[in-house]
Design a protein around this ligand. Structure first.
Ligand SMILES: Nc1ncnc2c1ncn2[C@@H]1O[C@H](COP(=O)(O)OP(=O)(O)OP(=O)(O)O)[C@@H](O)[C@H]1O
Length: 688
């Protein structure tokens, strides 16, 4: 213990020196460069590095150690010892460059996560360190360590581990620990199957189907950090996006990447990512279903290209057969309709983005004019070409055959008259909405109040008009809930990158939620991506998993049930009279224990419960949340009180899926309170 503490002290001193060194380098760097631009780039890099180092929350600097070889022969390179931690720490002075702590993402660390009695990988001892819970500012306190002798495995204590060994007591304690604040990193306890996913090649897209609490979100975030470490150039400058279901979820996960030293990742909801406008109106469920349907991709493409006139409409009236006349000094060059129609048709066939298509038509038309001019009166230079491209007749011709259009203008015009053969009359009526008449000035479209689904359609149109800049990698959480059109919005942004798709078909609650992964992956532009299934749950106690699994056969999806790695926890299911009073009593008792508490109920019931909890809630402060069932996706609380499951199940079309989400949020204790009979799926399994 003394030696390990001394090593930790050495690491702390080295980290402080590294942070000071980074600050000093900024000062030196700013003076050493002749070019201001170079100094600026270097300064930016150094400042970020200094910030990352200064951002250290003060926790333990390592969580494990690997001893390779037989440990006797110091000259044998295999007889080496490495400490592993959240970030690399190198020694000062003569030790500079020698890692005191190896980053958990380094290739060597893979051995820490993957080695086991069946496959020791040259490891003699794997040590896990136990630390007292810490808060920012306090020194980290080593409380113990645990050695696994992988070269001579003996029977270990505790439940068996999937990798062939015993489940480490330190890992078990970490899993049982009450949840207090936002989500934390899992670097110390990544499981082998999670490590495989985290370290998949950057170019590979992957899909993880995992029961609730199997660590999908944790895997996605650690994969993001891993990719940034292995491909810093490609991904560090805004090239990595994490998409989550809502802002509450984002604030729950937002500290994980910074705590791993990664501060530059964009974390967003899809709505925020694509929003060109604020949402100002609501669709009927029918209209939303039509707008999110996969057919809308072709429908919108047709609507946009219906603006392109197949045969030039004679923008500049001229002699019969002449569709365009371009004055040029004392000459007038004429192009006939057939040539122009050929140009337009040719560009359409090439299928460039709409805006590129317009420019392509422009330059080909001018090329024809140039050829005609040069045949008569010699070469024309670049200046002539530019002038002709900007000339009034050419502009008028383009406006007639390939008019400029904004996504807003195209969508408003389409919704005012959604006459596409792919939509039946009922569907057209559902989405029809009066809009500014065709041909209105772009300003007329600014006052339109868009719905959330309209924003998705605007994004589609915007992608048809101009290719959006993409990301090198996108992590998509709760991907089962994405509509076909939302999937396309993500696919567009990952056209040249890869995807980590995370989700659970059983937790699909949107009307368009996926029922199988192959189709969803095809919509995401990644057909054929392998699907990895996770079933080992780290969140819920066994009894809670059993209760929730009772719903699975009714959810209409083919997913294996979760099994829990946890041994603690409590479940109570109680029929009560007077839900509000029973909730207050349950919360009062829950607050006597450590950790967060959530009361989850059908939307309309939450206000009533909040009122009933009034003074108690004020006393509990941030420890207590009262939430509608629709707002808990991806979140977890130490103690959950679920109020009236039947009301949650009846509140929406996929109410049983919602109930499944709600019942799977508890880390330590779940109280189910009901007045009405429980949904039948819960009655057999509920009492434990
Ligand atoms: N290897 C691990 N070691 C310790 N804790 C872990 C590990 N993997 C996951 N966890 C913890 O288990 C809990 C559930 O993980 P996470 O939220 O990532 O699951 P999920 O599959 O995304 O769940 P859901 O489907 O409900 O969104 C979290 O508290 C997470 O930190």
């Amino acid at each position: 213990m003394a030696r390990e503490r001394a090593h930790h002290d050495r690491c702390r001193a080295a980290l402080t020196a590294m942070a000071a060194g980074a600050v000093e380098q900024i000062a030196v760097g700013e003076h050493a460069f002749a070019s201001g631009a170079d100094a600026e780039v270097l300064g930016y890099e150094l400042r970020s590095r200094a910030r990352e180092l200064a951002d250290d929350p003060g926790g333990p600097l390592f969580f494990g150690r690997l001893d390779f070889g037989d440990g006797e022969d110091a000259g044998d390179h295999r007889a080496r010892r490495y400490y592993l931690g959240r970030r690399r720490i190198t020694g000062p002075g003569p030790e500079a460059g020698i890692p005191l702590v190896v980053d958990w993402r380094a290739p060597l660390a893979r051995t820490f996560y993957q080695a086991g009695p069946r496959d020791p990988r040259g490891v003699r001892i794997r040590r896990r360190h136990g630390w007292a819970p810490f808060s920012t500012g306090d020194p980290a306190e080593l409380t113990g360590f645990e050695d696994e002798h992988l070269d001579a495995p003996g029977p270990g204590p505790g439940p068996a581990d999937a990798s062939g060994g015993a489940l480490s007591a330190i890992v078990a304690a970490e899993l049982e620990r009450p949840r207090i604040g936002p989500m934390r990193d899992i670097t110390a306890t990544i499981r082998p199957e999670q490590d495989d996913l985290v370290r998949s090649a950057a170019a590979d897209s992957l899909c993880v189907q995992g029961a609730p609490g199997t660590g999908k979100t944790a895997v996605g975030l650690h994969r993001a950090a891993y990719l940034l470490y292995t491909h810093p150039g490609k991904l560090r400058s805004g090239g990595l996006l994490v998409i989550g279901p809502d802002r509450a979820f984002l604030s729950y996960i937002e500290r994980v990447l910074p705590s791993l030293g990664e501060t530059g990742v964009r974390q967003s909801t899809l709505v925020d990512e694509i929003a060109r406008h604020a949402v100002g109106a609501e669709d009927t469920p029918r209209a939303a279903a039509v707008k999110h349907d996969a057919r809308m991709a072709d429908v919108l493409r047709r609507a946009l290209y219906s603006r392109v006139a197949a045969v030039p409409a004679g923008a500049a009236a001229g002699a019969a057969g002449t569709a365009l006349t371009v004055p040029d000094g004392s000459y007038r060059w004429r192009l006939d309709a057939e040539v122009l129609a050929g140009i337009v048709a040719g560009v359409r066939e090439e299928e460039p983005p709409y805006a590129t298509g317009r420019e392509r038509v422009r330059s080909r038309v001018v090329r024809e004019v140039q050829l005609a001019a040069e045949r008569r009166s010699g070469p024309r230079g670049a200046g002539w070409v530019r002038r002709t491209e900007r000339s009034r007749p050419v502009g008028a011709f383009l406006d007639a055959v390939w008019p400029q259009v904004s996504p807003e203008e195209a969508l408003a015009a389409f919704l005012a008259d959604p006459a596409d053969p792919a939509l039946d009359p009922g569907e057209r009526d559902a989405i029809r909405r009066p809009g500014p008449p065709r041909g209105s000035s772009p300003r007329a479209y600014r006052s339109v109040r868009w719905t959330a689904a309209d924003l998705v359609l605007l994004d589609e149109l915007s992608g048809l008009i101009e290719r959006p800049p993409g990301y090198g990698h996108i992590v998509v959480d709760e991907a089962q809930d994405l509509s076909p059109m939302e999937c396309r919005a993500i696919a567009r942004r990952a056209a040249f990158g890869s995807l980590t798709v995370l989700g659970d078909l059983a937790q699909g609650t949107t009307p368009w939620a996926a029922r199988d992964w192959p189709r969803q992956l095809a919509l995401l532009g990644r057909a054929g991506t392998p699907v990895t299934v996770l079933t080992t749950g780290f969140r819920m106690p066994r009894a809670v998993v059993r209760l929730a699994n009772g719903l699975l056969p009714s959810l209409g999806v083919d997913v294996p049930p979760a099994r829990s790695l946890r041994y603690g926890g409590e479940l109570t299911v109680r029929r009560v009279t007077g839900l509000a009073a029973a909730t207050v009593a349950a919360v009062r008792s829950a607050l006597t224990r450590e950790g967060t508490v959530a009361v989850i109920a059908a939307g309309p019931d939450t206000d009533r419960l909040r009122t009933a909890l009034g003074p108690l809630a004020a006393e509990a402060g941030e420890r207590l949340s009262v939430l509608p069932a629709t707002a808990v996706k991806g979140l977890e609380y130490d103690h959950v009180v679920v109020v009236e499951p039947a009301a949650i199940a009846a509140a929406e079309e996929r109410g049983l899926h919602r109930l499944y989400v709600v019942l799977t949020r508890a880390v330590s204790r779940l109280d189910v309170l009901h007045e009405r009979p429980l949904p039948p799926q819960l009655t057999d399994t509920g009492r434990d």
